[in-house]
Design a protein around this ligand. Structure first.
Ligand code: ZN
Length: 265
């Protein structure tokens, strides 16, 4: 019943037909951490935190079998993740979207049909975001707080608009497992363990079985290292602005200053 209602309301075929061919995945958005000249920071590729918090993210679902399997793994360990869902998949699997929320994870928007948003008209971008916002709200009862643009492609103007319209923070990533490309569980685990730092946002996709296969060992190794799994919204709430580096004083010799440990950034 719910599924039929959602499909009837939210899938105008004409709009889907307008979606351009997906653009190549960017290695890392170049302007991820640029702050607009005025106003608060709205885009994050990682956060600066005092503790060992990290945010593990799973994109492009929900998937019929892989997402429930992943949810079981997360529940078993009592850890939280964030799911950047594609609106049309939420319309197809509203019960899985609901389970994501019921089990304490963050569900967030990843557009309706995963297009490259940069060349799209304002009206089409609005359509992509609005339909996804509404289908998530209808399926789960909660409104998404963050948005991840497909391929990380979103102009500063689009970011500002999405933030003003929905209050979205734009969530990018600093650890890119490239799981969609290699489909190799051992590689997903190795890259994640090598690159994850306190404050990291890790990008994976729960539509690939090879990614889910990597998760038990990856989760357990990160937990053994002392990392704390939080949602993206929780991580952003912990973010501390980077203080300007103190100027060296005449009393401090340059050599001594150079050997001092510095905060990771
Ligand atoms: Zn995606």
């Amino acid at each position: 019943m719910l599924r039929r209602t959602l499909a009837a309301v939210f899938i105008p075929l004409a709009a889907l037909a307008q979606s351009p061919t997906p653009a190549p995945q960017m290695a890392k958005p170049a302007d991820a951490d640029k702050t607009p000249a005025s106003g608060p920071k709205i885009s994050y590729s990682q956060c600066h935190v005092d503790g060992m918090q990290i945010a593990f993210t799973f994109d492009d679902g929900p998937h019929a079998t892989n997402t429930p399997r992943l949810l079981d793994m997360l529940k078993e360990r009592g850890i939280k993740a964030t799911f950047y869902c594609v609106g049309q998949c939420v319309a197809e699997y509203p019960e899985i979207a609901k389970r994501i929320v019921d089990e304490g994870h963050e569900i967030a928007s990843h557009s309706w049909s995963h297009p490259n948003l940069i060349p799209m008209s304002e009206a089409n971008v609005r359509d992509q975001l609005e339909r996804t916002h509404q289908v998530i709200k209808q399926a789960t009862g909660v409104e998404p707080k963050t948005f991840r643009p497909p391929y990380g492609n979103f102009t500063q103007r689009q970011r500002n608009w999405a933030n003003a319209m929905y209050g979205y923070k734009i969530a990018l990533w600093d650890v890119d497992t490239l799981d969609w490309k290699h489909r190799n569980s051992a590689r997903v685990e190795a890259v994640t363990l090598a690159e994850t730092r306190a404050g990291s946002i890790i990008l994976t996709h729960d539509i690939h079985k090879s990614t889910i296969d990597a998760m038990p060992a990856t989760f357990d190794a990160l937990l053994a290292k002392g990392f704390k799994f939080v949602t993206v919204s929780e991580l952003i709430a912990l973010d501390k602005p980077m203080l300007p580096k103190p100027k060296s004083t005449p009393e401090v010799a340059p050599k001594a200053a150079a050997t001092k440990p510095t905060a990771a950034n």
